[in-house]
Each structure stands twice: as structure tokens, then as C-alpha cells.
Design a protein around this ligand. Structure first.
Ligand code: 5RP
Length: 235
């Protein structure tokens, strides 16, 4: 299967996790777009969707799916979204599409995160894909210097502004063997809005599209809390 066919296959599979008569969190990106197109075929099953970006909200609305503000939704059983990299422990790099902050907020509210991706996104150690960091514009240079101190090589995503009016630094050169620690460390830099490292709130279920079909990985929540993506236990 080609990548697009794999993305469509996981998008279809993700429909199994949609809970009838509830609100559904919907992510951003090309895989999420396949999911939205599949969701449109069964839209009567749900109350509507909470979108993780303006682009996703527009696509949902174009399909006639009701879009509700997160502030008006107290219970979100499921969030479906893609990833740029994902480990078998459910830790992810996200934000290739620049929607990382809203994605992290919707994921935080959701009770279950279903990650949909083609098999090329599965890695043993995160960091080959440059790690996106959303930054308040006036802090860009300062945050970049701090990221260099952490061993990274930040690049300003020129000409791109997030839905929140901020800029993105894409950080290459990191081998992320302790994702929890790095997530907290980068989030602690003044001026950082969000790091696109989803370790503390990782995926609960990973649907990977490969040559042979869709592989389902159910992440053990205990394991996610205790194990780094190198398999070493963390305090
Ligand atoms: C957007 C994201 C996406 O989920 C991620 O970039 C994957 O996108 P795609 O499905 O197009 O590969 O985090 O901010």
C-alpha cells in the first residue's frame, strides 16, 4: 500500500473508536484529513467535533459536521490525530503542521488518544523529525539560544504563523531518550508556548498503516509513565 492508502486505511479503522452520541476531538494534518473524510460518512453518529486547528474546523464544517468550541465541551471520550513520529510507548513528536498547541490542549481533555499514522512514523527513539516548538514571537532568539544549550539546532519556520499568532522553531539534532524530561525542560523555558513532544499525554492506541494492513498497538498506561522511549525506566 502507498502512504496515502495506508493513511486512509487507518482513518477507516479509527472510526471503530468513535463513541456514539458524544463529542469527538479531531486532529490536524493529512492523515487527520483522511479521517475527517471518513467521519463525514457516519457524521450522524456523533454530536459533533472539537477541532485542533482552524484548517480542521473548516474541513469538518465543509462536510456538514457540527464544530463546537472546547470551552463548551466538558467530556471528550476520544481524540483522533496523526503524528510525525511515534514510539510503541505512545510518545510522539507532533506539530509538523504547526497545530501542536491546540492539539495538546484537546488531547489533554480527551480520555483516549487514538494516533493514526502510516508505518513510516513508528520509531524506536524520537528526534529524527525536527521537534517543533511554538514560541511567543518576542522570545524567539532567546528560546533558540536555550534550545542550543540543550544540544539542538533550532530553525525558525519562516513565513509561518500559528493559529495562536506565534512562531515555530523546528529543532533538529536531538536524540530524545527521555521524552518526559525533555518535554518538561523545554516547556519550562520562558517564551515557549508548547513543545511538540507528547510524552506526558501520549497516545493510548496507535493505528499504524503498513503493507499488510493496519497494526493496532494498545499502550499500557503504566508503561508509558515509567519507561522512556529507549526502554529505560525513569524516576
Ligand atoms: C500537525 C500534526 C500532525 O498530526 C502531524 O504533523 C502529522 O501530519 P500528517 O498526518 O500530515 O503526516 O501534528 O500539527
Amino acid at each position: 500500500m502507498k502512504h496515502d492508502e495506508q493513511k486512509r486505511a487507518v482513518a477507516r479503522e479509527a472510526l471503530r473508536y468513535v463513541v456514539d452520541d458524544t463529542w469527538l476531538g479531531v486532529g490536524t494534518g493529512s492523515t487527520a484529513n483522511f479521517f475527517i473524510d471518513e467521519l463525514a460518512k457516519v457524521k450522524q453518529r456523533i454530536k459533533g467535533a472539537v477541532a485542533s486547528s482552524v484548517a480542521t474546523a473548516e474541513r469538518l464544517k465543509a462536510h456538514g459536521i457540527v464544530v463546537e468550541e472546547l470551552n463548551n465541551v466538558s467530556d471528550l471520550p476520544v481524540y483522533v490525530d496523526g503524528a510525525d513520529e511515534v514510539t510503541s510507548h505512545g510518545a510522539m513528536i507532533k506539530g509538523g503542521g504547526g497545530a501542536l498547541t491546540r492539539e495538546k490542549i484537546v488531547a489533554a481533555v480527551a480520555r483516549k488518544f487514538v494516533c493514526i499514522a502510516d508505518a513510516s512514523k513508528k520509531v524506536d527513539v524520537l528526534g529524527k523529525f525536527p521537534l517543533p516548538v511554538e514560541v511567543i514571537p518576542m522570545a524567539r532568539s532567546y528560546v533558540a539560544r536555550e534550545l542550543v544549550r540543550l544540544g539542538g539546532f533550532p530553525a525558525w519556520r519562516m513565513g509561518f504563523t500559528t493559529d495562536n499568532g506565534n512562531v515555530i522553531l523546528d529543532v533538529s539534532g536531538l536524540s530524545i531518550v527521555a521524552p518526559f524530561v525533555l518535554e518538561d525542560r523545554i516547556n519550562g523555558i520562558a517564551g515557549v508556548v508548547t513543545v511538540g513532544l507528547f510524552a506526558r499525554r501520549g497516545a493510548d492506541v496507535i493505528l499504524l498503516g503498513g503493507e499488510a494492513g493496519v497494526e493496532t498497538i494498545r499502550v499500557d498506561p503504566g508503561g508509558r509513565r515509567q519507561v522512556g522511549n529507549d526502554g529505560r525506566h525513569r524516576a
